[in-house]
Write a protein that binds this ligand. Structure first.
Ligand code: DOR
Ligand code: ZN
Length: 432
């Protein structure tokens, strides 16, 4: 067994500590024990010491995903805890928060406990369940948040459905705040999106498809920010997709409201034009918007209005996706593609690299109340080694997720996760 891991001459990037320098990083047991120029010089490769020397490689703190659908219980054909966590490790993630829209819904202590036990048995990266806000995600009666928190839940959400009742949302914010759990809203006024297949705009009109207007998101975000301000409770917006929602969050933060937000890789990369071929793989909720929204979301990520990038990893099988658009389930996989896709955007100057790393580490960790992965002496050894120059083509058949539903198949990307280390253990290593 290796007892020490030496990462030689890596460019270590840890925005939380203002670190961006070429250093050696030494891991002993579950901890980082040395960071510094030539800090691992005296350690030679042996049976007990693994030395990794990849000139030009970057070392980032392990990534945190605040929003993944691992489909267990009830949808194990699409993904399960073990496969989802393997995919997460391959994507550089060490912490994964899983949404409760499973069958049965995770609105209870038993389901939360079961997920925690499965993740422990899988022994890869850490899983943090998110409990439902309401029983069965029906939007009516509050779920037993105290029980779920005691079993390991880090937040509550009815993701996939919006809590539309202002009264229920008010009570949810009040109740959750007593346990210091953030309330994560899927912001969609369902009365405005009935039968919607895509973003409401010129393309939905041209294709003759029912549209999901931006205002259906904005109206909920505006209301919830007012409720969070009134109650004084932590409120988090899942998968922000509109320029308007970003503006409302910015204004809320300026007023001191405890509001945070996340954006997905696909909303930073794609527009509604992707639907021109009626391809169900591009159907997602909220829908892909317009170039002006994409630009506003990139800016909001750069200026800190949006705190996190979250994958919204939503695996679906052919039975859900190889059907007419109207019948298709919304969602795309994201865990293994998030970092390479977004490194490309950062390289193009869409936002600074440090903003991206912060949005994949400290941002989501703080929302979920988890320790922020760091690269410093004494920190828990949660690390991801990236080759920023490796060029590869996305081939869904080679991904570790059980599902293949990604619109990025065939896309050339630059940047590859070489090694993921969780608590000092190598949980993923790229094969060439
Ligand atoms: O596209 C989506 N897929 N959006 C959601 O809110 C739910 C998710 C899923 O569970 O498939
Ligand atoms: Zn959602």
């Amino acid at each position: 067994m290796t007892e020490a891991l030496v990462l030689r001459r890596v460019r270590a990037i840890d925005p939380a500590g203002g670190l961006d320098a070429e250093v050696d990083v030494v891991v002993e047991g579950a901890r980082v024990t040395r960071v510094g120029r030539d800090a691992g010089k005296d350690l030679r490769a042996s049976e007990r010491v693994r030395v990794v020397e990849r000139p030009g490689a970057w070392l980032l703190p392990g990534l945190v995903d605040l929003h993944a659908h691992l489909r267990e219980p009830g949808g194990e054909g699409k993904e399960d805890v073990a496969s989802g966590l393997r995919a997460a490790a391959a994507g550089g993630f060490v912490d994964v928060c899983c949404m409760p829209n499973t069958r049965p819904v995770n609105d209870s202590r038993v389901v939360t406990e079961m997920l925690v036990a499965k993740a422990r048995a899988a022994g890869t990266v850490r899983l943090h369940p998110i409990g439902a806000i309401t029983v069965g995600q029906k939007g009516e009666q509050l779920a037993e948040m105290a029980d779920m928190k005691a079993a390991g839940a880090v937040a509550v959400s009815d993701d996939g459905r919006c809590v539309t009742s202002s009264h229920v949302m008010r009570r949810a914010l009040e109740y959750a705040s007593t346990f210091d759990l953030p309330v994560i809203q899927h912001a969609e006024d369902h009365a405005l999106t009935e039968g919607a297949q895509m973003h409401e705009g010129a393309i939905s009109t041209r294709l003759g498809l029912r549209g999901w207007p931006r205002v259906a998101e904005d109206v909920i975000v505006a209301r919830d920010i007012l409720l969070a301000e009134y109650v004084g409770a932590r409120y988090h917006v899942a998968h922000v997709s509109t320029a308007g929602a970003a503006r409302l969050i910015r204004e809320g933060k300026e007023r001191g409201v405890p509001v945070t937000a996340e954006v997905t890789p696909h909303h930073l990369l794609l527009t509604h034009e992707a639907l021109l071929g009626y391809d169900p793989v591009c159907k997602v909720n909220p829908p892909l918007r317009e170039a002006s929204d994409v630009e506003a979301l990139r800016k909001a990520l750069a200026d800190g209005t949006i705190d996190c990038v979250a994958t919204d990893h939503a695996p679906h099988g052919v039975l859900d996706k190889n059907v007419e658009l109207a019948e298709a389930a919304p969602g795309m996989i994201g865990l293994e593609l998030c970092l390479p896709l977004l490194l490309g955007l950062a390289a193009q100057g869409a936002f600074p690299l440090a903003s991206l790393v912060e949005a994949l580490t400290g941002g989501p960790a703080r929302v979920a109340g988890l320790p922020v992965p760091r690269i410093k002496d004494g920190a828990r050894a949660d690390l991801v080694l990236v080759d920023p120059t490796a060029r590869w083509t996305i081939d869904p058949a080679r991904l570790l997720s059980k599902s293949r539903n990604t619109p990025f198949a065939g896309r050339a990307v630059t940047g590859r996760v070489e090694l993921t280390v969780c608590e000092g253990r190598i949980v993923h290593e790229a094969t060439t």
